[in-house]
Design a protein around this ligand. Structure first.
Ligand code: AMP
Length: 185
C-alpha cells in the first residue's frame, strides 16, 4: 500500500493505525531520515540541511533506502504501507521496478485529501523542527509540483482511491478502513 497526501494531512498518524490494523510494516521515509539525523549517520548528515530547508532528498538516496527495507522478511510476509514514498516520478518508477523484482505488486494507493489551507494551519501548530514558515511553503510547493502528478500515475494503474482527510481522527480512520478492506476483499 502507498499513502499520499500533503505534509500535515495526518498521513503519519493514520499510517500507524492502518499498519496495526492490517498487520503490515509502516515505512515512513521521513521517520527513517529523522532517525538518521538524530543518530548523526552519514545519511543523516546528507539529509539534515535538505529537510530543514523543506527540500527533497535525492532519488539516488531514497530509492536504494526503500529497496533495502522492502526486501526484508517482515515486509515480504506481512506487506508494507509506504508513507512519504514515492514523492517523485523517478521514485514511482523505482518502486514499480523493485516490486516487480520481488514478484510483488501494489494493492492500493490512498490519497489522503486535506486542503492546503488546513495543512498549513496544522503544520504551524505542530511545531516540528523543520516546520518553519519558509520550509512549509517550500514543501507544499514541491508537493504540488513533484508529488501531486503521481496521483495520475497511480490512477492510470487503477490503484488510486481518494479519502477525505478532514474531520476527527477516528472518522478519517473509519473511511480509510472502508476503502482498504474493500480493496483487499
Ligand atoms: P515527511 O515526514 O514525510 O514529511 O518527510 C520529512 C522530510 O524528509 C521531507 O520534507 C523531505 O525533506 C524528506 N523526505 C522524506 N521522504 C522523502 C522522499 N521520498 N523523497 C525525498 N525526500 C523525502
Amino acid at each position: 500500500m502507498v499513502i499520499l497526501g500533503r505534509q500535515g494531512s495526518g498521513k503519519g498518524t493514520q499510517s500507524g493505525r492502518i499498519a496495526e490494523r492490517y498487520g503490515c510494516v509502516h515505512l515512513s521515509t521521513g521517520d527513517v531520515l529523522r532517525a538518521a539525523v538524530a543518530e548523526g549517520t552519514e545519511l543523516g548528515q546528507q539529509a539534515a540541511g535538505i529537510m530543514n530547508a523543506g527540500g527533497l532528498v535525492g532519488d539516488d538516496i531514497m530509492i536504494p533506502l526503500v529497496q533495502e527495507r522492502i526486501g526484508k522478511d517482515d515486509v515480504v510476509a506481512g506487506g508494507v504501507l509506504l508513507d512519504g514514498f514515492p514523492r517523485t516520478a523517478e521514485q514511482a518508477n523505482g518502486l514499480e521496478a523493485m516490486l516487480a523484482g520481488l514478484g510483488q505488486a501494489l494493492t492500493i494507493a490512498i490519497n489522503l485529501d486535506v486542503p492546503v489551507e488546513e495543512v498549513t494551519h496544522r503544520m504551524m501548530a505542530r511545531g516540528r523542527e523543520d516546520d518553519t514558515e519558509e520550509a512549509i511553503v517550500r514543501r507544499l510547493g514541491l508537493y504540488d509540483q513533484e508529488t501531486a502528478p503521481l496521483l495520475d500515475w497511480f490512477d492510470e494503474r487503477g490503484l488510486l482511491v481518494s479519502v477525505d482527510g478532514l474531520g476527527e481522527e477516528d472518522d478519517v480512520f473509519a473511511r480509510l478502513e472502508e476503502v482498504i478492506s474493500s480493496r483487499l476483499a
